[in-house]
Design a protein around this ligand. Structure first.
Ligand code: CTP
Ligand code: MG
Length: 572
């Protein structure tokens, strides 16, 4: 009883910390550097991944049974957090133990459904059927996550805030990922890691993109990358292994892309046929980056898993996280500009010849560098590069480039670079500044780059003669001389500039605020562009809910035939 009381006390402590604090009143003195200097991107990743492994996700069959569940689980081990939420009309509890052993102990005593024809699979997606018929238990030491409100409710509240800077910070607070959002993202990644790790050794599955780079909006998709070694560890542990004795294994494909496709096919099959709560599994192999897409029902997350370009995804997330942690105005500004861009149809939820959220983020970072709030990346030696963009592409984006140590060091150190303390401009001034900066921007001749280049003209990068004169050149900060905006058409640069001009005019009026900005810049995508949306990628597994389609078996055969073709072609 005493022990249980302790657990309750602990949980109460966590409950209070898991409830989001009220939004502090915004004052200019709060514009300063982020104080969080002890945590790094990697320690954050490690902490979240360990936390996910100590966590189970439970669907409560009956409402108000959380106290009973809590009591039961606290007999197994110490609970450090339990958060309730509703997804797809299901009552769920995300429950974190203080150690992984408690999860294993819980799984050992978890039974299977016996009254239905179900597969004998186990995972950390569980179901709790309450036996309690009476009233609720006395203690409720459990946090309930209040979901982030939708845009219309946020907009109503924005009306009550007078100051544009306060509105921006409020908007960010109300739309960014919550603690539960983050926990669920790492939890789902750990499920994928576990499922795939039961077949292949040393599997690592890491969330990347907006789920981890501080620019994630609540409910945004979960991007994950799958790899077989934690490439962040420089000295992969080989201790205690006997080199004379080895596992007999199958030969892999020579071509990395084919191998990634083969792995993804296995992952898709595993998720589709064996993993509880993973539905609508699709495998999109022909895309530039092949992916497996699925829905995790209990978290209500739309997930994409990819394998190639894993290093660049990790590095890019680290770069954005580090830049964001330099100054606490960066994330709020990015959020509000991304919302404005969505209202103005500058960005779309589907890919096409328009700006993506990621590109919009790079534009904001470039602007913040231009006013010296953020530092430039200094890792390149600005001599004419001997590597052409084609060579870089062929090298599979960083994966095979011989030495990326300088880049890695730069990414480690950039967050310690002091931002320009003299620039204490409010968020409102920075927002207006962004629009004025781009309303006059010369996309035709100027380069947009986060790198410290002396020559900022586009032509300086088009040295080989093979590269096209792209209408907009947004340099990939990790792969010098590679354009990260090849999808954009000239008219979109023009439309962006015009909308910036309009936005800057709106913000010049003292009576106008963030809401006026969203409303008055609202426009729909021009018809000629709608027609140019990229076609939906071809999925190999269109519908999970139907029975096994034997045509699926052709996928691997196709890969093998492609490989034969590739080999023959190579020999020629
Ligand atoms: N990425 C990249 N180069 C690109 C596109 C994407 O390096 N040309 C990486 C970035 O790290 C990006 C991540 O892939 O953050 C995921 O891409 P995407 O889902 O398009 O963008 P997000 O940043 O996740 O934004 P969103 O909220 O729209 O998903
Ligand atoms: Mg994303």
């Amino acid at each position: 009883i005493l022990l249980n009381r302790c657990h309750y006390a602990l949980a109460i402590q966590h409950y209070s910390s898991s409830i989001r604090p009220p939004i502090p009143p915004f004052s200019p003195s709060s514009i300063n550097k982020s104080s969080n200097v002890t945590q790094t991107f990697d320690t954050m990743l490690d902490f979240r991944r360990q936390q996910a492994r100590r966590t189970v996700l439970i669907h409560l069959g009956r409402s108000h049974s959380e106290s009973e569940l809590y009591k039961l689980c606290s007999r197994i081990g110490q609970i450090t957090n339990m958060t309730l939420y509703t997804a797809n009309k299901k009552e769920c509890a995300l429950l974190e133990f203080s150690n992984e052993q408690s999860v294993n102990n819980l799984l050992k005593i978890t039974s299977h459904f016996t009254n239905e024809n179900r597969l004998p699979c186990a995972s950390r997606n569980l179901y709790f059927s309450s036996q309690q018929t009476g009233t609720r238990l006395k203690y409720h030491p459990i946090g309930r996550e209040v979901q982030q409100p939708d845009d219309s409710i946020i907009d109503k509240s924005l009306n009550d805030i007078r100051n544009v800077s306060d509105q921006i910070r409020f908007f960010w607070q109300k739309t960014k990922l919550t603690e539960l959002d983050t926990r669920l993202r790492f939890f789902v990644s750990s499920l994928v890691e576990e499922a795939f790790g039961s077949i292949f050794v040393d599997t690592v599955c890491l969330p990347f993109g907006s789920s981890v780079n501080t620019f994630g909006k609540s409910r945004c998709d979960l991007d994950m990358l799958l790899t077989f070694e934690d490439f962040r560890e420089k000295n992969i542990k080989r201790d205690g292994k006997i080199p004379q004795l080895r596992f007999l294994t199958k030969r892999s494909y020579l071509n990395d892309r084919f191998q990634a496709q083969a792995y993804l096919k296995i992952l898709a099959d595993t998720l589709k046929h064996f993993m509880a709560e993973c539905t609508n599994v699709q495998i999109i192999l022909p895309a530039r980056v092949p992916i497996v897409r699925f829905q995790h029902r209990l978290s209500d997350l739309q997930c994409d898993v990819s394998m190639s370009e894993f290093k660049s995804s990790y590095y890019m997330s680290k770069l954005l996280w580090n830049l964001s942690s330099i100054d606490n105005r960066v994330a709020p500004l990015v959020f509000v500009i991304r919302r404005w861009a969505r209202e103005a149809s500058i960005t779309q939820s589907t890919p096409g010849p328009w700006f993506s959220n990621f590109q919009m983020t790079l534009l904001v970072l470039f602007y913040l560098q231009s006013i010296e709030i953020l530092p430039k990346l200094n890792y390149i030696n600005e001599q004419p590069t001997t590597i052409s963009p084609q060579d870089i592409l062929a090298a599979n984006v960083l994966g095979d480039l011989s030495d990326d140590t300088i880049l890695m060091n730069e990414l480690e150190n950039i967050r310690y670079v002091q931002s320009n303390k003299a620039n204490n401009n409010s968020l409102a001034i920075l927002l207006k500044g962004f629009f004025t900066f781009y309303e006059n921007f010369d996309f035709q001749s100027s380069l947009i780059t986060l790198l410290n280049r002396k020559n900022m003209s586009k032509s300086s990068l088009i040295q080989t003669g093979k590269d096209k004169d792209w209408p907009i050149y947004l340099e990939n900060p990790l792969v010098p001389s590679m354009n990260a905006s090849k999808n954009l058409v000239e008219s979109e640069g023009e439309r962006f500039r015009e909308t910036c001009k309009k936005a800057s005019e709106i913000l010049s009026h003292s009576s106008k605020n963030l809401l006026s900005l969203f409303e008055e810049c609202h426009q729909i995508l021009p018809d000629d562009l709608i027609a140019r949306a990229y076609p939906a990628p071809i999925s190999i597994m269109p519908d999970l809910e139907t029975d096994i389609n034997h045509d699926e078996l052709t996928t691997i055969n196709d890969i093998q035939q492609d490989q034969v073709f590739h080999n023959t072609h190579q020999q020629h």
